[in-house]
Design a protein around this ligand. Structure first.
Ligand code: GDP
Ligand code: GDP
Ligand code: MG
Length: 350
């Protein structure tokens, strides 16, 4: 018999093999759901069918290559890398990250390390990767020493929390882990239904209250159910009305507290979901959330719809919190486990 041609089935197997899961670990460990890596390169920052646009690197090269090589030959001219600075700011790297990257390139150019286009490209890519590897930057999901691992998901309305939870549930399910999803976004009936439908599609149990019920109480019930049913992972969705409203931050803190009361050490992960298309507002949002609640990881969504990948560096540097996932579409499999090296390459070439 001839082997089956590659189809959806074999794709599913790749997905399964991707998880680095250490069952011998005594203490808290990590999930490392590295699926679909091969596809990553072509997915970030563009959708299939998009009209090709000039890559960030092409723009940088056109504007700044002469400046950089001139520094190597004639020494520093103050402000000579303004072109590079402008392009990085335009791509949402934000002021602090941009200044650091420009300073790094300028320093290397002055020391004669950047003479060619290839040197320049390599130096910039390396500086971007280093930025993403700086500080707290482990992209793996923290795993509880004993199940359930509890993941609390926060962020403003429309950021992509519910969609992310669906994707994460699908990924965990494909890695043979049992999941329970709690709908502590009780603000709208539609939000509860949307999450229930993701749970059904991805094989997760679901706990949700009625619209308008107490979100902390739903979180408590979800914890209870997750523990008594022996689930590997409990994921809790939250409401995300404007983060500027104090009472909503209070509600989120209360949910966090109630989860910790039901299970010591939980939540093990508090993931902040940020819309990658809103520019520097994402940095402001991130800071507001981080002041209210300890954030352990960042998820940047809609990276498929923006050419401004610099925001990923900007939020990482602003919070000193690892980026853990990128959302690259609306489907269950449009989730990428973050990889600094790959992202550094993609942000320039994508
Ligand atoms: P929530 O209010 O934070 O729960 O956000 P939702 O999960 O409901 O998402 C808001 C909208 O963004 C929905 O239309 C999603 O389909 C869409 N969305 C979420 N993540 C992504 C993504 O990674 N890429 C794209 N293109 N759209 C996304
Ligand atoms: P405090 O508000 O920090 O004083 O903590 P509490 O123990 O009073 O509980 C806070 C919230 O947790 C309550 O408003 C409920 O939403 C939730 N909660 C606490 N215990 C239970 C419980 O046994 N069942 C349910 N469903 N929710 C609970
Ligand atoms: Mg939602």
């Amino acid at each position: 018999m001839s082997p089956e041609p590659p189809g959806p089935q074999s794709k599913r197997r790749d997905y399964l093999l991707g998880l680095i899961f250490n069952p011998d670990l005594k203490g808290p460990g990590f999930f490392c759901p590295r699926h679909k890596q091969k596809q990553m390169g072509s997915r970030i920052l563009k959708r299939s069918g998009d009209v090709p646009t000039r890559s960030l690197w092409t723009k940088i090269k056109d504007v700044a290559l002469t400046d950089v090589t001139a520094i190597a030959h004639t020494g520093t001219i103050q402000g000579s890398l303004e072109g590079l600075e402008e392009i990085l700011l335009e791509a949402d790297f934000g002021v602090p990250t941009t200044l650091r990257l420009v300073g790094e390139i300028e320093g290397q150019a002055r020391r004669g390390l950047i003479k060619t286009q290839e040197d320049f490209h390599r130096a910039l890519e390396k500086a971007i990767e280093d930025s993403l590897r700086g500080g707290s930057s482990d992209p793996r999901i923290i795993r509880a020493a004993s199940p359930p691992t509890v993941v609390l998901v926060v962020g403003v309305n429309g950021a992509g929390k519910t969609t992310f939870i669906g994707k994460l549930s699908d990924l965990l399910n494909a890695n043979k882990m049992s999941v329970l999803i709690g709908a502590a976004d009780t603000f709208r009936a539609g939000a509860i239904d949307q999450l229930r439908s993701w749970a059904e599609r991805t094989g997760a149990d679901f706990v949700g209250g009625t619209a308008g019920s107490d979100p902390a109480s739903v979180a408590f019930d979800a914890m209870d159910a997750g523990i008594s049913r022996g689930k590997d992972v409990v994921i809790v969705d939250t409401a995300g009305r404007l983060h500027t409203s104090g009472s909503l931050m209070d509600e989120m803190k209360k949910i966090d507290r109630v989860i910790g009361k039901r299970l010591e050490g939980a939540p093990h992960e508090t993931l902040l979901v940020l819309d990658g298309t809103i520019g520097q507002n994402a940095v402001m949002q991130a800071k507001t959330f981080a002041e209210a609640i300890p954030i352990t990881g960042l998820v940047v969504t809609k990276v498929d719809g923006t050419a401004k990948g610099g925001i990923v560096l900007a939020v990482h540097e602003a919070l000193n919190v690892p980026v853990k996932f990128l959302g690259v579409g609306e489907k269950a499999t449009d989730l990428i486990a973050f990889d600094p090296a790959e992202f550094a390459r993609e942000v320039l070439e994508g």
